[in-house]
Ligand binder design. Structure first.
Ligand SMILES: O=C(O)[C@@H](CO)OP(=O)(O)O
Length: 208
């Protein structure tokens, strides 16, 4: 038995386009974002998808709607949860990333954006995001994979980076190098053995 898990970062949002810190701000996708979602859906045509999970933010939900429509899976169960939301950027939300780098320095902004456990002012670190996303994945999503269902998750750059860190067993240094493009499906094919190893790995972390 093997199952498939598909991960898709939402299509380009208005604030991706404007290069602004977005986090928990509920910003919709652009025309280009809709095109990216459409292409992602076309790429998934022919795949069986049994259930989909997404965040409570419209950029992920609208992307998911388009993907499901395009791949012929509209009507499958969809579960929304804030555990899959983007990491909060706190006081940085709404600010232009280049202006913020000009004000605080490239290095400081890089630390806020890509360190593992440093929080941006008033926001969440990637570790904080991991600590809510991975327990949700294990307790709510994982049982569907164990029940031989194929699962699609449409979420965000950093909530998905946390998930990729867990699935690929990456170190904090390794995940800092990983960027996820908007609207490009990532596919994991997992057999029983891999599912068991993931459960074991989760059990060994302090998060269990
Ligand atoms: O602004 C954000 O919410 C995220 C994703 O677009 O940005 P970053 O790539 O800096 O984590």
């Amino acid at each position: 038995m093997s199952v498939k898990l598909f991960l898709i970062r939402h299509g380009q949002s208005q604030w991706n386009l404007e290069n602004r810190f977005t986090g928990w701000k509920d910003i919709d996708i652009t025309e280009k974002g809709r095109e990216e979602a459409k292409e992602a859906g076309i790429e998934l045509r022919g795949e069986r998808i049994d259930i989909a999970f997404t965040s409570t933010l419209i950029r992920a939900q609208h992307t998911l709607d388009i993907v499901l429509q395009e791949c012929g899976a509209a009507g499958i169960p969809v579960i929304q949860d804030k555990a899959l939301n983007e990491r909060s950027y706190g006081d940085l939300e709404g600010l232009n990333k280049a202006d913020t780098a000009a004000k605080y320095g490239d290095e400081q902004v890089h630390i806020w954006r890509r360190s593992f456990d440093v929080r941006p002012p008033g926001g969440e670190s990637l570790k904080d995001t991991y600590d809510r996303t991975i327990p949700y994945f294990i307790h709510t999503i994982f049982p569907h994979l164990e029940a031989a269902e194929n699962v699609l998750i449409v979420a965000h750059g950093n909530s998905l980076r946390a998930l990729v860190m867990f699935l690929d067993n990456l170190s904090p240094d390794e995940i800092l190098q990983r960027e996820l493009a908007t609207g490009v499906p990532l596919e994991y094919i997992m057999d029983r053995h891999m599912l068991e190893s993931l459960r074991l790995r989760y059990g060994k972390t302090s998060l269990a």
